[in-house]
Design a protein around this ligand. Structure first.
Ligand code: PLP
Length: 413
């Protein structure tokens, strides 16, 4: 006969379990000592900013003005080498790659790069390398977007929601961009007629309840155009929510100005989906922009892309998603990097992504766990990739595997 355990015995067991759990986080805590992240690197980033401002002879007001940031994007090797130490060979490669694939970096985003770190994750995402030209594997349009555009500016892949591409412009051109084919040498806002046609399509199709405004970067539009678009969408009864896709929270947080926040606060419910890939991108300045949006009533989500050499590491992903929660951004997706021409050096195997998911679940807050998805070919949609936790199903029970890899029987009557 089982004897009821005493209070002391129960407490003893709880303490042993707590010690066991405490041991499961030591490796992560150790890794943080070597991992760069924005809040830790902030003093150095501020020094970089001072250097860049001196170079441009910019005032603090200039720096905080997003138009200034945009106008002074760095996009030639000549200017880059004045700000970052770069050797001759690398400069030549940047020049060569840059003649095929456009690049540009806002002064703010450039300031996040640690000049002494050859593996800097911000540099990998923003400065071209010769790998882009060496790529023999990728495709220009792996998602077949051209086949899912019922009007010029729309991509529709789902029953109840769609994307409107409002511009091809960005504050920084990601080296892993999935739409690089659309990033020409020219910044092009989508013509007003195309936007009007897209809105008409939404108006005429009553099942569309969720409209995503993206690009390029949805927040490269000026405030007046954003206001107009939101007013149009809010005048359509069946549109329930709007989302903006924008990386400005990462690359140019100055974009979140008072007027934009006022406009947003008048057009709730509104979601801004952004694209942080590494904890180094989460700085006090980025936090300020996110809090400002949050106070305006905007909800924020993050779509990361799994990138070799940037964030294909369970500890980096854990830190990234935890830092996101601290700045009010809910981790939403991790995209598997698709076979876009010029980006194959960033691709990982799907197994790596699944391993990362495995090392998130249980180890950190459920809120810090995004969905890992691959984009199916031919525009067939986002498809979740999951570690398997259901091992088998008996008649009245399941066999399940816990986050610690303990296999247990679970009653299911
Ligand atoms: C990603 C995407 C959406 C949004 O999908 P969610 O799963 O709702 O985030 C909508 N339309 C297109 C074309 C997309 O690629």
């Amino acid at each position: 006969m089982a004897v009821e355990k005493s209070y002391q015995e129960k407490q003893q067991m709880a303490c042993e379990r707590a010690a066991e759990l405490k041991n499961k986080i030591n490796d992560y805590r150790e890794a943080l000592n070597y991992m760069p992240y924005g809040f830790k690197n902030w003093p150095q980033i501020q020094e970089n900013q001072k250097r860049i401002k001196d170079f441009f002879k910019a005032t603090d007001d200039d720096w905080e003005n997003w138009r200034w940031q945009l106008k002074n994007r760095i996009s030639t090797p000549e200017i880059l080498k004045e700000i970052l130490p770069i050797d001759k060979q690398e400069l030549e490669e940047i020049r060569e790659t840059g003649s095929k694939y456009r690049w540009a970096i806002s002064p703010y985003y450039l300031s996040l790069i640690d000049p002494d770190d050859p593996d800097d994750p911000v540099k990998r995402q923003s400065i071209p390398t010769i790998n882009e030209l060496l790529d023999q594997e990728g495709y220009d349009d792996p998602m077949g977007e051209e086949f899912t555009s019922p009007t010029a500016a729309i991509t529709r892949r789902y029953p109840d929601r769609l994307i409107i591409k409002v511009t091809n412009q960005c504050a920084m051109y990601c080296r892993h961009c999935q739409r690089r084919r659309g990033i020409g040498e020219q910044d092009l806002a989508t013509p007003r007629e195309d936007l009007e046609e897209a809105i008409k399509y939404v108006r005429d199709n009553e099942e569309i309840r969720d409209v995503l405004l993206t690009g390029g970067d949805g927040l490269m539009l000026d405030n007046q155009t954003i206001k107009w678009l939101l007013e149009e969408l809010d005048s359509i009864e069946h549109v329930e929510i709007k989302r903006f896709g924008s990386r400005t929270l990462v690359t140019m947080p100055q974009r979140i100005d008072d007027e934009l926040c006022r406009i947003f606060s008048e057009h709730l419910p509104l979601y801004v989906i952004t694209h942080y890939n590494h904890p180094l991108e989460i700085t006090p300045r980025a936090e300020e922009a996110c809090f400002k949006l949050g106070r305006s009533g905007v909800s924020m989500g993050n779509q990361a892309v799994l990138l070799k050499g940037v964030n294909n590491d369970p500890f980096v992903m854990r830190k990234l998603n935890q830092e996101l929660l601290k700045i009010m951004v809910r981790p939403y997706l991790i995209f598997h990097a698709k076979a876009v021409k010029g980006t194959s050096h960033f691709r990982t195997k799907v197994e790596e992504g699944i391993e990362i998911m495995e090392k998130l679940r249980g180890y950190t807050s459920g809120l810090a766990i995004p969905h890992y998805v691959v984009n199916a070919p031919f525009g067939l949609g986002k498809t979740p990739m999951l570690p398997e936790y259901l091992i088998s199903m008996g008649k009245d029970y399941l066999q399940i595997r816990t986050w610690e890899n303990k296999v247990v029987k679970y009653e299911n009557k």
